[in-house]
Design a protein around this ligand. Sequence first.
Ligand SMILES: C[S@@+](CC[C@H](N)C(=O)[O-])C[C@H]1O[C@@H](n2cnc3c(N)ncnc32)[C@H](O)[C@@H]1O
Length: 380
Amino acid sequence: MTPGARISAAIEVLDRVLAGQPAEQALLRWSRASRFAGSGDRAAVRDLVFDALRCRNSHAALGGALTGRGLMIGGLRAAGRDPAALFTGQGHAPEPLAEGEGAGPAHGVSDIPDWLGPLWNGSLGEDAGAVAAAMRRRAPVWLRVNTRKATPAKALRALADDGIAATPDPRLETALRVTENERRLAQGRAYRDGLVELQDLSPQLACAALPVAPGMRVLDYCAGGGGKTLALAARAADLTLVAHDADPARMRDLPQRAARAGVQVRLDADPAGRFDLVIVDAPCSGSGTWRRTPDSKWRLTEAALRDLVALQAGILRKAARHVPPGGLMAYMTCSVLDPENDGQAAAFLRDHPGFSQVSRRLWTPLDAGDGFFMSLLARR
Ligand SMILES: C[S@@+](CC[C@H](N)C(=O)[O-])C[C@H]1O[C@@H](n2cnc3c(N)ncnc32)[C@H](O)[C@@H]1O
């Protein structure tokens, strides 16, 4: 596909997303209808679509319209390029620009939804502007070295053999930032043999901060695909790991992932008894990961956020029953919004005087990973 044809394809996909279709679905639909497109074309169209969604309001302002076409015109202008060079109407390129099309000012236009602005600012304080700006850029790819199978040096060598370059983070040597050829990962030996797992830096830092000792009983109460279970499994041998999720289908891949990582995890639809550590990686707005899923930034509503906060409170209440005196509960979200984070932890502590907060931490993209929150709660 020519660069102009890729832009036409992105316009088509974006128009579907603006009409309400989730971005992944709209891309899949385009992809299935476009057998002529090679893997490079698909990746390029995907990048165009996600870049546009990260900067939806400001690019629409620069492009003169909140449409696929407006977003593409605005995106080119934001990058200092002349849209007329690609909007030629030749081949499959979009139609040439009409007289005076676009060219609105983007100054003062925010890429955080208007309704959310005050809550965003209140949650992030003096970092609010910088975090909003970071959310307009692509997120790096991070890997976690599975220390049950490899040292960081061995994992780096295996990645290099796969043609993938990565560098360890100075804060956590088992966290590797991919710097070249991330698209080769899934087919590479380092990943297939379980030497590395895909996991963002912030949850890695959170899991590394949890007190874990051999022989501990750990319940991952919202286990989903098992990212947190597997991160803990790598930290100590001889842990009893139980994974639970209200929707067991979400744990479908966990047995295979655990086998690849060389660890044992028991899935339990109805866990009973008490655990030394209960992890509650709660369903949330995902506002910390909006660089990766930018269309969810525009789909979140005030009502949906309220429902999520109520859901999280209910989950915490239930999960707390599995924490004995002297036990710990780690409440986590991939959100940066206060009602889901400190607000939620404070409400829990008000209703559960037997618990106290041992520590809390909010990571943001300014720390290099996604936005992520953890409150570690102890039962007296
Ligand atoms: C943020 S995701 C978990 C991600 C996962 N821990 C990981 O690291 O890959 C939240 C999970 O909570 C689950 N969930 C939603 N409501 C729940 C409930 N009432 N009890 C337990 N799990 C619930 C969802 O099905 C979803 O898989």
